[in-house]
Design a protein around this ligand. Structure first.
Ligand SMILES: [Zn+2]
Length: 132
């Protein structure tokens, strides 16, 4: 019996074992770049809410985030980036700045904030909580 949480923990452990920081920086907006095998393709139609002259990504890659609050390094998985930008309609220039634990702590330390803002940032663009 393997729970979903356990599967996610194993997937994360595999990703952490991969030396992401050792990779040369890859520009996912560059049309000349060949996406690495672990890239998650972007759906540009779902990114149309962004009015971005800098170009939209063609794919997402796992990214290391150093938490602004606790300093811990955490992977922002490519699949979660895709969800954030394409499903939740997050701004393409927004990136994760806190680890999951600190995001959770922060979110639940403000009882007056609407939880929907976390899931649907485009509808709650004035809400502070949506700025990842
Ligand atoms: Zn943190």
């Amino acid at each position: 019996m393997t729970s979903q949480r356990s599967k996610e923990a194993h997937a994360l452990a595999r990703r952490i074992a991969t030396p992401i920081k050792c990779r040369a920086p890859i520009d996912p907006t560059d049309p000349e770049v060949t996406p690495p095998p672990d890239a998650v393709p972007a759906d540009r139609a779902e990114l149309a809410h962004n009015n971005n002259d800098g170009g939209l990504p063609r794919f997402y890659l796992d990214t290391v985030v150093v938490c602004r609050d606790c300093g811990k390094e955490e992977i922002w998985p490519a699949e979660r980036q895709k969800w954030w930008y394409e499903v939740a309609k997050g701004n393409i220039n927004a990136t994760a700045v806190r680890c999951r634990a600190c995001r959770h702590k922060r979110k639940h330390s403000r009882p007056s904030e609407c939880c929907l803002s976390h899931c649907f940032p485009a509808r709650f663009s004035n809400c502070f909580a949506m700025r990842v």
